[in-house]
Design a protein around this ligand. Structure first.
Ligand code: FAD
Length: 422
């Protein structure tokens, strides 16, 4: 699988970060790309996320403007409120100019969309034969010289593969560059930073998406109580807890509820915790005692809500190890409060593509420039998001949001992101 005129690139992980890198590298016209994805097929999983102007610009440069227009909704307003179960509400921070770029790191315009629709848009515009689904990378070895061999295991057959009696195909691919887009539990990152561990945030998030059709009366009531839905991100702050509510295209209401709790016992590669009937019932009861009656009723009307344990990691000072480079969640796992994780992964891809295009004959300079451009700004975003989560969950000091002073109210805004430095 080597070609003399092009850089042979293997991407580990075919999620948003990996597929965005595939687009960016193919755009340079100087790369031949193979993507290994452990999952057997594209997933319909996930829920809502926000994209800022910079990430949208990168996606448009991949020729995805039309696809994005069909699945995104502009979200110009951020509003933070203190809420109580008797329906009492106090406005704490309301930013109508959220869509204006006042600081270098603030997205100029948030567009809201469903994770799986973004993933599908990226996938559908790529040559399908470059992605090997159901193929897990098991090892990366440096050969003599500058070449690497990526070893993977799959059920299906493919070129360069060895079939074994256990039915598993063992695939070896030689390449010049390995892009590790293998997520927050990245095996590649662990290989270079074996002693480092992820940091449990102190809370988990219940999440759900509910359509007006599925829950007409709950949706109607919530739209009356939250009149800026469709244009605003609502952050409802309660004691030691907060919820996020916004609308996705297609009359879908997306909510998250962060709850402080001990770290759950996770197995495998997923950060999703199984929500059994008892857990769901307890959540319904607690929602009614925490949030506005309308939001609690929406949570109660949601079919199949799920729980994500929330983690991040300390920012790394190095993402490039020889010709292996970490991108996306593998490079900078983050908590979700600044709506930056998918943005950062897409912006990584855009920057990597630009650096490779600028230095087509000098891979190491390109990779060096890439990490110089991306490490400091992503570290700021990870630390800002961590700070915002701890503030809204009252993890460092207890807050009575109904009595919050002006400084505390102002500190809730996402526009504070640029004040962070490392
Ligand atoms: C199914 C799914 C649903 C999500 N839903 C949401 C959402 O609703 N809202 C939101 O804000 N974010 C969501 N995210 C996460 C978020 O979108 C990520 O920040 C974004 O996808 C960019 O991360 P990434 O591509 O770097 O890593 P990830 O999205 O974590 O993807 C890593 C990929 O690498 C693959 N992989 C890992 N190890 C190997 C290996 N050894 N060999 C081959 N493949 C490997 C994994 O299967 C996975 O597909 C979701 C992620 C996934 C995978």
């Amino acid at each position: 699988m080597t070609s003399s005129d092009k850089l042979d690139v293997v991407i580990i992980g075919g999620s948003v970060g990996g597929l965005a890198c595939a687009h960016a590298l193919l755009k340079t016209k100087s790369c031949k790309v193979t993507v290994f994805e452990r999952a057997k097929a594209i997933s319909a999983a996930g829920a809502g996320l926000g994209l800022g102007d910079e990430a949208l610009e990168v996606l448009r440069s991949f020729g995805l403007s039309k696809e994005l227009e069909a699945v995104t909704q502009p979200m110009p307003i951020e509003t933070n409120r203190a809420v109580a179960p008797d329906g009492h509400v106090r406005q704490l921070y309301h930013d109508r100019a959220y869509n204006h770029c006042r600081q270098a790191y603030i997205p100029a315009l948030h567009a809201i969309l469903h994770w799986s629709e973004l993933h599908r848009a990226l996938l559908s515009a790529l040559p399908q034969d470059i992605i090997l689904w159901g193929t897990a990378v098991t090892n990366v070895e440096q050969e003599s010289g500058s070449k690497y061999v990526v070893q993977a295991e799959a059920k299906q057959t493919g070129s360069g593969s060895d079939s074994n009696s256990d039915g598993v195909q063992r695939i070896n691919v030689e390449c010049d560059l390995v892009i590790a887009a293998d997520g927050s539990m990245s095996d590649t990152r662990r290989r270079f930073r074996p002693d480092e561990s992820r940091r449990y945030s102190g809370y988990c998030a219940w999440r759900g998406v509910v359509t007006d059709k599925e829950a007409p009366s709950a949706a109607r009531a919530v739209r009356e109580a939250y009149p800026e839905l469709g244009r605003a991100l609502y952050f409802d702050l309660a004691q030691d807890s907060h919820a996020v509510l916004y609308e996705l295209p297609g009359q879908r209401l997306n909510w998250l509820w962060y709850i402080n709790q001990p770290e759950p016992n996770l197995t495998g590669h997923s950060v999703t915790v199984k929500a059994d009937d008892q857990k769901i019932e307890d959540m319904h009861e607690r929602a009614a005692a925490t949030f506005t009656p309308e939001l609690a009723a929406l949570m109660q009307a949601t079919e199949a809500p799920f729980i994500n344990a929330i983690y991040d990691r300390e920012p790394l000072k190095q993402w490039v190890f020889g010709s292996i480079v970490l991108v996306g969640e593998a490079a900078h796992p983050t908590t979700p409060h600044a709506l930056r994780s998918t943005n950062m992964a897409i912006c990584d891809a855009g920057a990597l593509g630009r650096c490779l295009a600028e230095h087509p004959k000098d891979l190491h300079t390109a990779l060096d420039k890439f990490q110089q451009q991306r490490i400091a700004c992503t570290a700021r975003e990870v630390l800002f998001s961590r700070h915002l989560g701890r503030l809204k969950q009252s993890l460092d000091s207890a807050h009575d949001w109904f009595a919050a002073d002006e400084d505390l109210c102002q500190s809730l805004g996402q526009a504070n992101m640029a004040d962070f430095s490392i």
